[in-house]
Structure formats: structure tokens, C-alpha cells
Ligand binder design. Structure first.
Ligand code: SF4
Length: 345
């Protein structure tokens, strides 16, 4: 039975040795007319305070669905969570009432979405929209909420914040709008911030600035940060560890330097080789052959086998478990040793 909100919310400031957030054997499926889509199949990861986890994968890999499950914003139905736990400071969010989750969502676990223009309301000033966080959640007066909005706009480095607080979203560039979204998401000092493809629509220079801003904000507040991206190139300088997802599963888990130095899964290796490099100017960019799997008709055995240059006969029939390589890293590849050995250091 679902518990009531007030007596089960996790204590603020943490509980003993529990990680800030842990996703445990999470399964999410969607009932569609075409059949059951198993979007997330046994995903587990942890996040500590002050840590940045990058969750990487192509579209349909299950990375955003996992984040939506953490936020509690999946439409249920058609979505269903048949198995798993999402513990926030030890409390399983999946067992809380909707009322309790509303108290956590946005306030203690916040999310930045990829499309700032559609996430912001075009008919209200940005100051009003940032201030809403304080008016609604903290009962602040309009005047005080506007002051807070200016402070936050300063904090996310929007120039001339005092003047621009009365501007509308369309009067800002894409990068500045994303800063406004970030300001809204950190307004209530969340303990966990999830950024879902926060730089996708931005040019490379602005991408780097937004990543730098997120890293700075994280250092200032010690929050846990989950960065969801399809682009391994943008997280190298900010992530502590990376979980690579493919076909609804984690296929490689490792500290960031291990992933870049010596990937242990052919998919990760392919993603790394697809990053444009200045020293290889003029050469064709590597691309992983084939397409991501159809979740309604998953390949047998290892889901990556139709695209994998390391494939052996047993890959077609046997699903690889997540093999532990060392206490901090794992790979869901039967031939992870060969992949490691075949990587130049
Ligand atoms: Fe490739 Fe086989 Fe490893 Fe899958 S298990 S990634 S098909 S080598």
C-alpha cells in the first residue's frame, strides 16, 4: 500500500552511508498498439553528493525514460514499472504517494529539459517564470520573488540581469534561454539535478559554456548531477563516471578516464571513435554501422550483435551479463578482455 507523504520523505541533508540516489534493477515498459515496449531492462546506477554521472546512449536507449522514472513524470499508463527501486537517500520513491513525490519533484530532484524554448512560456517574462518557483513553493511576495529571480540570473551569468528580468523568452539567444532553464531548476537548491541533453540545440562554443556553468554550480552546491547525452564528446571534462546505455540496458559502467582511455565495450569504443578529432582533419569520420535496435523486436543474444565488429557465434544466442572488470567498472560484453586489449592507450 502507498504510504502518506509526510511520514516517509527522506531527511534533508542525507541519511548515513546511503548514496544520494540509487537506481536498482529498474524495468520500465510501455503498452503500445504494436505491442509491449521494454524501454528499460534492469538498469542500476548510483549517484553521490557532488558527483557527476553521465548517462550516454543513442535515442531509444532508455536513458531519458530512466530519468523520467526518477522524476516521476512518466505517464502511467501507458508506462508501467514492473520491477525495480529508485532510492533517494534510502527511500524508495516508487513506493511513495503522488503527494509525497510532488514535494520532492522540482524541489529536491530537479530536471533541465533539452528544448528551452518550448519549456518556457512565451507570454510571461523570464523573471516571472523564475520567480514562480519561489511564489508557489515558498509563498514569497511578487517583489521578493523578482529579487530572487535577478540573483539567480546573475548566478547563471546572464548579463544585465536586473534589466533583463522583464524580458520575454524570445528576446534571449538559445544559450541564454538554457541558462534561464538552469536558473529555474536550481532555484530551490535541489540535491539532485538531472540535465537531459541540455546542450543539444546549441553550437559547440555555447555547449562548452553551459557545461562549464553546470560544473561550477555543482561545485558551489555539492549537488549530484546526472547528465544525459548522446554525445560522448561533451562530458569528458565534467563527468566523474559514465554509464553507457544500449537497448534499455547499461552496457558499460566506468570512471570517466577509464572510458576515454580504454573502453571495454565495442559500442563505447565505436562512440569514442565517432567523436570528431582536430588531429584527424580531412579524414572520414567513423560511424557505427547499422541502426539502434527496434525495442519491439530486439535482436536475440547481445542486442548490439548486428552492429558489432567483435561479434562471435555465441553473441547471437547468449545475452551477456554485466561482467565486473574491477570494483568500479563493468561491461556487458562476452569479449570485454579482447576489446580492452585491442585499445591503444
Ligand atoms: Fe559484440 Fe558479442 Fe560483445 Fe555483444 S557480446 S558487444 S556482440 S562481442
Amino acid at each position: 500500500m502507498k504510504k502518506t507523504a509526510t511520514d516517509v520523505l527522506p531527511a534533508e541533508g542525507g541519511l548515513g552511508n546511503d548514496p544520494l540516489l540509487s537506481v536498482e534493477d529498474l524495468h520500465v515498459e510501455f503498452a503500445t498498439r504494436a505491442g509491449l515496449v521494454k524501454a528499460v531492462n534492469g538498469v542500476s546506477y548510483t549517484l553521490s553528493a557532488g558527483e557527476t554521472l553521465a548517462v550516454l546512449g543513442e535515442s531509444g536507449s532508455g536513458k531519458s525514460v530512466t530519468a523520467q522514472a526518477i522524476m516521476g513524470i512518466l505517464d502511467m499508463p501507458p508506462a508501467r514499472i514492473p520491477k525495480g527501486a529508485i532510492r533517494f537517500q534510502g527511500t524508495d520513491l516508487l513506493k511513495l504517494s503522488e503527494e509525497a513525490r510532488t514535494q520532492i519533484r522540482g524541489r529536491r530532484i530537479a530536471m533541465i529539459f533539452q528544448d528551452a524554448l518550448s519549456a518556457l512560456n512565451p507570454v510571461f517574462t523570464v523573471g516571472w517564470q523564475i520567480g514562480e518557483m519561489f511564489r508557489v513553493h515558498q509563498g514569497m511576495s511578487k517583489r521578493d520573488a523578482e529579487k530572487k529571480a535577478v540573483e539567480l540570473m546573475d548566478r547563471v551569468r546572464i548579463p544585465a540581469a536586473k534589466q533583463r528580468v522583464h524580458d520575454f523568452p524570445h528576446q534571449f539567444s538559445g544559450g541564454m534561454r538554457q541558462r534561464i532553464m538552469i536558473a529555474m531548476s536550481i532555484a530551490l537548491d535541489p540535491e539532485v539535478l538531472i540535465a537531459d541533453e541540455p546542450t543539444t540545440a546549441l553550437d559547440v562554443t555555447v555547449q562548452a559554456q553551459i557545461m562549464e556553468l553546470l560544473a561550477e554550480l555543482q561545485r558551489e552546491s555539492n549537488m549530484g548531477l546526472i547528465l544525459i547525452t548522446h554525445d560522448l564528446g561533451v562530458v569528458a571534462d565534467v563527468a566523474d563516471k559514465i554509464a553507457v546505455m544500449y537497448g534499455g540496458r547499461i552496457v558499460e559502467n566506468a570512471p570517466v578516464h577509464d572510458i576515454y582511455r580504454r573502453p571495454a565495450h565495442p559500442y563505447t569504443k565505436g562512440l569514442l571513435e565517432s567523436i570528431p578529432r582536430v588531429d584527424l582533419k580531412g579524414q572520414d569520420l567513423y560511424a557505427i554501422k547499422g541502426l539502434p535496435p527496434n525495442l519491439l523486436d530486439m535482436p536475440t543474444g547481445c542486442a548490439f550483435h548486428p552492429r558489432c565488429p567483435y561479434r562471435q557465434d555465441n553473441c547471437v544466442t547468449s545475452v551477456p551479463e554485466l561482467y565486473e572488470i574491477d570494483p568500479n567498472r563493468s561491461s556487458a560484453c562476452h569479449y570485454w578482455r579482447e576489446v580492452l586489449d585491442g585499445t591503444d592507450e
